[in-house]
Design a protein around this ligand. Sequence first.
Ligand code: SF4
Ligand code: SF4
Length: 377
Amino acid sequence: MDEVALVRCTDYDRAAVERAVERVFSLCGGAERFVQPGMRVLIKLNLLMKRTPDRATTTHPEVARAVAFAVQKAGGVPVFADSPGGPFTRGMLAGVYDTCGIRAVAEELGCALNDDFSVTTRTFPEGDAAKQLDLIGVLDRVDAVITVGKLKTHGLTTMTGCVKNLYGCVPGTTKVEYHARYPQAELFSRMLVDLCACVKPCFALLDAVEGMEGEGPSGGRPRTIGALVGGENPHQVDAVGAALIGLDPESVTTLRAAKRRGLLGPYSCVGDPIETLIVRDFDIPMRTKRSGWVNMVNRLPQALRPRPVFTHRRCDGCGTCERACPAKAIHMDEHRRPQVDLTRCIRCYCCQELCPKTDVEVRRNPLVSLLHERGKQ
Ligand code: SF4
Ligand code: SF4
């Protein structure tokens, strides 16, 4: 049976994170099992946007550092990479690396920040939803990938971890096209499972020291979970992440898609006992922890599904949401305030995910909320 390592790590103290990451690898047979001397290893971080680490939106630099250090100790050559929303360019990434604290880590360890902005196309005949994927070109020039996700709530997939993190292997604005091509949560998640099988990370590590609850993946609140999770199978690592925040795996659309494909086999959790780390009141607003409800929400007609609401309280008119909207449902009015046409909106929640001012909320239809409250009684 596969094993997933779960290790307590209560804060981002450098020595503590380094010890915890080393223990995760060691419980899985050691970093040398996954990284051979001379291998170029792409460390795929979650660098969703230009945010400082204390906001719990991006993979913490101490976790990135400890993983890169482990790769170096095993004789590998780490390369940090991600393609967040917006254009996949050197200029755009420079600000992200700086603000997220990753440039400082790379300079300290002497490891590379990806500066290859080419795109590669991989055919993937065995794919379920995606038979061909456009990916960041650096993937063709590395020997292995380690996905280092951040445990957060997510409007579309309920939770983001190590599998959804790989969506950053799709270059820049191509992500907008993919949201349009795979508009429903179920279909989008099947594509993500294909993407994971195509990129084939050799190891997955989940930063669940500080997660994000509430309006994740960018508009929520940091919440201490106090754990690092790691293993060979990113779906199993995410399943342990889901359990840590009290979510039934069936309520996470990527986990459900992986299970249906036979990719979420049985596993045992080694390391610290999971019962001692579960956060029972983790706030997951748009869905509940009950999978039946999530299944119901996913089947609702579009008009009844949770909708994006622009509050215009903090909006500075930057236009990121308008550019990111795959359905072209947003336009900026004469006061540079975004207005949404809900009849066109496909409920992908990219506007909420990418708004730098957390001005976009995802709200339930009042009728559905009422049914939900009744269902809880
Ligand atoms: S809602 Fe957010 S992303 Fe859209 S224009 Fe305003 S600040 Fe920018
Ligand atoms: S308005 Fe927001 S949720 Fe609707 S399609 Fe556009 S980006 Fe997606």
